[in-house]
Design a protein around this ligand. Sequence first.
Ligand code: DOR
Length: 425
Amino acid sequence: MKLLIKEGTIVNPDSQKKADVLIESSRISRIADAIPEKEADKVISAKDKFVFAGFIDMHTHLRTPGREDEEDLLSGSLASARGGFTTLLCMPNTNPAIDNYEIALRIRKEAEKIGLVDIYPVGAITKNREGKEISEFGFLAEAGCLAVSDDGFPLKESSLLRRALEYAENFNLLVISHCEDLSLSGEGLIRESPLSAEWGIPSVPEISEIVDLVRQIEVVRYLNSRVHFAHISSKRSVELIKRAKEEGINITAETCPHYFTFSLKDVEESGFSPLYKVNPPLGREEDKLALKKALKEGIIDVIATDHAPHTYLEKEIDFNSAEFGMIGLEFALPLSLSLVREGFLSLEDLACRLSYRPAQILNLKDRGYIKEGLRADLTIVDTEREQLITKENIFSKSKNTPLLGKVLKGEVVYTIYKGKIVYSS
Ligand code: DOR
């Protein structure tokens, strides 16, 4: 089947240009000014739309195995396709954890069978994510993992972090690290601030992320190794990452749409809605601003969703008892586009943060850029179209987002995975 995309504007990290794209046998076979329609079996119009390389989410929770009532590989694939993501990494905080060959392979194979999006399980660094015994990285890599992480938990013992970094290098596995000093964060629910003090809410001081980040950067520097930092949420972290990168330390970092969209102000204005409860917790307005600037400057490399589905009962209860996390796959594009409208990012920057840099970091050479010969994973975007977010039109099994009832601008109109249309609006 030959698929032709007509009259779209192709957005790569270094350029924008109007052109037609012809897809044959799951690859981009030709990009040219005007490709005749008769050359294709199917034609789609991308007039006034933007064509991006399929988005790659380095941080998703698909709750499989164990909590398929919150999300499963099919609903997660559908939400992913709707959000324009054609590749995603799913985190191992499952039950049981993804800490062995069999579970990792099963996820990879089942996702392949569904065939809507490329899903790579992230292997747990330690067995059952307990921070004690290291998992067998060779088997995890063989099963298809590109990365390992104890997701949501830091590797508290620096000796373990060191061994994990050294061990991962042997198998070309990326270590994705969560930064949190548990002795500082304790039972904290929101960022420590005048607000948490006023309401007497257990809180997480900003230094919890920062202190652990510094420790981990120093271990990476010492070993001349590399690490990717998950869900960075604070201004000071941005400054430290910038400095470390200037010193040539091999680190990369992500932030998530909720950290550049919401802040403690929203927690307060919502009357402490648990839908704003995430880990790490939302920061101040100045953190939001610093993250936006860091995305422009490339200090933060990647926008990842930290898509965290939870059931109604787990979220729509009192703030203290609710689970941490919000869903994100279906809103990452419109929330990121608002950074373009605010003048922080260009569309090329978005292509870089959502597709190109994740592909580079994960060493996925066949995607992340639009050019002839690469895999035809493409996301076609209407930047002007508005969508009302309702429980009914969310594809994810879980509906835990503070965006319900809001109108977002910008929508994915087609998602193409390996040359097949897997979503159209
Ligand atoms: O808010 C969060 N929720 N942060 C995490 O690190 C984990 C996630 C989850 O799995 O629910």
